[in-house]
Design a protein around this ligand. Structure first.
Ligand code: ADP
Ligand code: MG
Length: 225
């Protein structure tokens, strides 16, 4: 479980200081897809970066399974997924996954990589070059890569922003099943509110303020009688 408490992050901007996160509280529970919505510049990416230990807050605590997040915890327990998948063009599909084993200093697990590729619907495509994949398939590679280290937390920053609505929905569905089946917590940033109608939890970010949304189910998906 990810638990963030009273997290404040500021950035120097010329003469001024921007408060990107203002005393933010946030949590993401195992087995649940937790969406984070808010307009551009509201602080969503900053929230994920702080959750991942990529930036150190001015104050507050970031705990993953009751341990303060740092570089070691990130490598060990956190999988990250980005809008553009951040894949390396020169590597084939399987190597995108194996590189994370190299980063961890362990022997590359080819069988695990191929198994994860099959789980995300890319069975048999391990030897493909990245440019031979569609945008949706690349995002699936990004998801499989995030799973390589058996994470307890996945952080996804607008992973569907470059995809059409049908492919976006199928990426959400895939992530939902993976986090449910493996008991992984998942923070999923999106500005596409159509994705969140049947979310487990939704949080809103507005001007650095983070709060749980209470009514998203009723607003977006009226219950049929
Ligand atoms: N590295 C940085 N240096 C200076 N300002 C930043 C930096 N990262 C983000 N900001 C500012 O912090 C605010 C929140 O940014 P961000 O978290 O990227 O928003 P979002 O992801 O919701 O679009 C914005 O005003 C942005 O300009
Ligand atoms: Mg962002």
């Amino acid at each position: 479980m990810l638990h963030m408490e009273n997290v404040t992050v500021t950035f120097q901007d010329g003469q001024d200081r921007i408060t990107a996160l203002d005393n933010a509280n946030f949590e993401a529970r195992p087995g649940q897809l937790t969406f984070i919505v808010g307009e551009s510049g509201s602080g969503k990416s900053t929230l994920l970066s702080a959750a991942a230990g990529l930036i150190t807050p001015d104050s507050g605590s970031v705990l993953l399974d009751a341990t303060e997040v740092n570089d070691h915890v990130r490598l060990d327990k956190i999988g990250m997924i980005f809008q553009q998948a951040n894949l390396i063009a020169a590597l084939n599909v399987r190597d995108q996954l194996l590189i994370t084993d190299h980063m961890r200093g362990i022997t590359p697990r080819k069988d695990r990589a191929d198994e994860l590729l099959a789980q995300v619907g890319l069975e048999g495509l391990g030897d493909r070059k990245m440019q031979q994949l569609s945008g949706g398939q690349r995002q699936r590679v990004g998801i499989a890569r995030a799973l390589m280290g058996e994470p307890s937390l996945i952080l996804a920053d607008e992973p569907t922003a470059a995809l059409d609505s049908q492919r976006s929905a199928s990426i959400v569905e895939l992530l939902r099943n993976l986090v449910q089946d493996n008991g992984i917590a998942c923070g999923f940033v999106t500005h596409d509110r159509s994705l969140i109608s049947d979310a487990d939890a939704v949080w809103e970010v507005h001007d650095g303020q983070v709060s749980p949304a209470r009514e998203w189910r009723r607003e977006l998906a009226p219950v049929a009688r």
